[in-house]
Structures are given as C-alpha cells and as structure tokens.
Design a protein around this ligand. Sequence first.
Ligand SMILES: O=C1O[C@H](COP(=O)(O)O)[C@@H](O)[C@H](O)[C@H]1O
Length: 258
Amino acid sequence: MTISPITRMGGSHVSLTLFSSREDWAEGAAREILSRIEAHLSTHRTVSIGLSGGTTPTPVLQNLAHEIMGWSDEKKRRILWFFVDERCVGPEDPQSNYRMVREALLTPGKIPGETVFRMRGEHPSAEEEALRYERLITELLGPSIPHPPTMDILLMGIGPDGHTASLFPGTSPEDDHHRLVISVPRQGDRVARISLTYRMLAWGGERLFLVAGADKKNILQKVLSGEGDLPSQWVLREAGSLGRPTRFLLDGASAPTS
Ligand SMILES: O=C1O[C@H](COP(=O)(O)O)[C@@H](O)[C@H](O)[C@H]1O
C-alpha cells in the first residue's frame, strides 16, 4: 500500500503494512514484533521494548504472549519491557496501562517480573516518578548525552485527537528540552500522565504504530497527510530526520482511502 503524502512526514523512513481483518492484524502485528525481537537477540544480548497502553494493543499483546510463553526463562530475561506512557492511577485501575499490559502479555506470557519496568502511576508526585524513570532508563540503556538512550522497539498508538504516548496536541519537541520522561498535568477529565518525550521516541531504534478500527481512519488520514503539527506527526518527522524507521501496522478498517 502506498500513500504519497507520507513522504512529507518521515520520507522513505515511514512504511505501512495493511492487514485485511482485525484478526489478521492482531496476529500479523505480533509476528512483526516477534521477528524484530528475534532479529535483535541474534546480534545483541538484550532487546528493549517500549509498550503503549490504551485499548488498541490488547489483542496484539495477547498473541505475543502466546508466542513467548513457551520460551525458556533465560531467553525471556533477555527482553527488557519498558512503558511509553502511563496514566497517574494505581496498577489495578481500569485506566492503568500497566494493568492492561499485565493482563494481556505479562501474566499469560509468564514474563519474569525483574524484566518489567513500569511507570508507577500511583506515585503521589508524577514529576518525581518521571525523574526516577528517567534515571532508570539511563542506568539500564545508557547515558542521555550526547543523545537519548535507544529503546530498540517502540510500540506506539494514536489517539482520536492525534496524540501519541501521552504527548497531546499543542505540544512539540521544543517543549522537551533535555528530558527523557515528563509528567503531564491533569486536564479536564483526563488524569495526569507520565510519558516518554519526543526526543526519546524519535531516537528509538524502530517505531511500530499499532492502529486498528474505523474510529481511527480519519485521524490516521490526517496524520499521514503531512499537514499539521499533531504529536504523532512530530514523532514521524523527528525520527525521519534522524534516519530512523517507523512502520504503521494497520487493519483494513483504519486504513486511509487515498
Ligand atoms: O491515552 C492513550 O492513548 C493512546 C491511544 O490509545 P487507544 O486506546 O486509542 O489505542 C495510547 O497509545 C497511549 O498509550 C494511551 O496512554
């Protein structure tokens, strides 16, 4: 599938893969993630993955759990699971990204707890927790100077307003300064959040956007049109300027028509 305006977003570094049904998408996306994990582990001791929340990734993570559950503990310990963002709620709250990931992937995949690095949404200070997570990332993945440490695979989503991770419309990479993780204040009904920054997302080895469902069709069309300053567009542009690839894994219902 080709969409010409996409070249304006991330140049040749952006590609789309379309799966016909939601079921094919969930299976195919899990296979894509798995093949990148295996490829990375064939040349590196460990692979780091950033997980997004919301509802879209659930069936993909369930399929991934099914593939990984039979692995030896030794091999499972070579995957380091991080979070792209979290809502400032407890780990049992229905809004918790960690809760969704635990139920879909960690528990069924029998993932060793010591390989999972969650953002503690229940911390009384989101800012302190963002700073702790930033330190954790640099300890585990490398220094933040001269550029952010690299998470090898970032699983990302797009919200109906074009947000990605917990970076919302009206923000831009200029707001990041030198941070890797930020706290995002509560706004209206939206609870406060903790999020990786644009820099951190752009420097990731590869971004896989998991997008499915008819309710994502319009926003995806807009994102890929190249016109605008939506957070997901900033990520594509910044990663593209670093020559880092981004791939969209779409189901038929979400795919743009032109
Ligand atoms: O708020 C969030 O939304 C986006 C998209 O979620 P979805 O439910 O529309 O798929 C998600 O990527 C992010 O992690 C989450 O916190």
